[in-house]
Design a protein around this ligand. Sequence first.
Ligand code: CA
Length: 247
Amino acid sequence: MKKLGCLLLVLVMVFTAAAAVAEEGLIAHYDFEDPENLGRDVSGNGHDLVLKGKGTLLSSADAAEGTAALELDGEAALATEEAADFSDELESFTISFYAKNEGFAGEHSRVISTGYNGIQAGLCFIVGRYFWDNVTHLIFQPIIGDAGGDFWGKMSDMCTLEGVDDYHWYVASFDAETKTITAWIDGELRGSAEFIDPSVACEPFGFAIGASYASWEANVMYGFIGKIDDVRVYNYSIAELTEIFAE
Ligand SMILES: [Ca+2]
């Protein structure tokens, strides 16, 4: 009887821990270590991504973490099969990724993006450059349009960077309470900005790595050329970088 009690206690603890992780934790993780399944979500939550666009996805041995990374040609991306996906439930979030830019198909290239269904923040991280300078900018764009009437959304430079042809580690965290996004590059706090919720929903956009992808498009938009590695999505915000990577 005592043993049964212990077993029940252990089971309760296990289920409580599992529930806590599902509520607040790592909800998607793409390490790109399996060349046969580049879109595999290794977080255990099943948010696998598939090839979208007319280009090619490659596995590269030039990795930032582990032994392989995702190599993109600007014409292909990884995205969720359906536009309605896990990113629609994101309110506060933290995203971590490594990126190495190796050219531009256009003015901007999008590293990670998703749509906005009227509830979650909507997000788009761009590593791009403007025509008036040669410096690369990390830009956060709450897709798509904001209450101020700018249909294409308020874009904000989180930071500028030179030497993006090498890998850098980017972390961005959005706090839904304060509507503030904070960014770190290579472990250093680089900036923060406040946002208003977009006024225009753009649900056909799914969560995508390496471009934006909308279900009405045959190809991807603003494709990234270069390598991306170790993309992690957490469903909560952090104030200090150490909070999320302490484990
Ligand atoms: Ca990797």
